[in-house]
Design a protein around this ligand. Sequence first.
Ligand code: HEM
Length: 433
Amino acid sequence: KFLKIMFQDRKKSTAGVPPGSDGFPVIGETLQFMLSVNSGKGFYEFVRSRRIRYGSCFRTSLFGETHVFLSTTESARLVLNNDSGMFTKRYIKSIGELVGDRSLLCAPQHHHKILRSRLINLFSKRSTALMVRHFDELVVDALGGWEHRGTVVLLTDLLQITFKAMCKMLVSLEKEEELGSMQRDVGFVCEAMLAFPLNLPWTRFHKGIMARGRVMEMLEKIIRERRNEINSHNNHHEDFLQQLLAVDNDTPQLTDAEIKDNILTMIIAGQDTTASALTWMVKYLGENQKVLDILIEEQSQITKKASNKPFLELEDLSEMPYASKMVKESLRMASVVPWFPRLVLQDCEMEGYKIKKGWNINIDARSIHLDPTVYSEPHKFNPLRFEEEAKANSFLAFGMGGRTCLGLALAKAMMLVFLHRFITTYRFVRLFL
Ligand code: HEM
């Protein structure tokens, strides 16, 4: 029925293209976009200022292509749930060269479905429980060290902790030296993903390609060693690699190339996002004394109850109702992934405007999270707003539909663990400089 409406509308459509600017010939508004990427305000400023100028649907031209930004819950539903099949995640060749064209992020739609159905099994309750225990160990260790340091740059430390957590969960990599070189190389790959895709010896893109090669070599070595261990029955690992290599006649095996590309993908997808979300959460804590007081009360109870065990367990997290809302509110306010890009596969109409095949359409999650018609007093940090269920299609921190974040339960668990330890280890004093 939906498709019928869309096609009927298209035949008699008199709709115009969305408001916005095409900028300069060929480069469009790329320069303005790059300026805001490098400004102190960050790349979202480019979108925010145009959303204010043009409204909830606007177009721009970036890197030679038309981009439309949409910021209503209804457009989020249509595009992200994609029941019409008219949208897909875009394959960008340069990103494919960096994360691998068998990565979940780049695979064509039919291959994505197969990969996702295999990978989703890895994110079980058991994996989350193991992650809680291990992440807690890492956090306790890190927080203990902060006592003796004059200044801690939170994001830098958290990137290291989340990197270690990802590597342990995925391939049980724990040796400091190997972790160090892997983290450096994954960092080069991530930088190259945002760079101009020119593969010449002095470019950031080239550095990323070289780094990907080294990451692949290291993963190959890890897979080889693991197979030897499995063959000699000398194996005690409980990580994602172990599950991916297990021979199970009911589930199709992934090839080694698929395993390597997707391990790199999961490190990239999980490390930065979680570290940023944690950093924002601490910022909101520092700004909201009342929230902090309630949390201290709740978390002290957990400390009392769990005093006989060295580390938190998954069950402990279910006794943190206020902290869970705090985590959700932090994710809403921060919108760590601010918009979700898709490619339009057929001419259609959205919000009364003509959208053409081949355009890029972006669901602007941050605008939805801060829309006063969706969340009352959206700039107020208020965890209790989640006592009531949020409006449909309005909480988009982890996306929606067939591309929803695979690591959402893990990410929430890590945030709760960190919140607990942070609050119960240190006293929060705000310095007004
Ligand atoms: C607070 C932390 C995190 C946030 C805010 C976050 C957010 C997101 C969002 C918004 C998407 C969907 C993007 C889209 O639809 O275009 C996504 C996808 C994904 N996330 Fe997360 N994520 C987080 C942590 C993690 C963790 C810990 C993992 C674990 C490995 C992970 C793995 C993935 C994967 C594999 C995808 C791709 C799914 C697909 O394309 O089918 N994420 N994430």
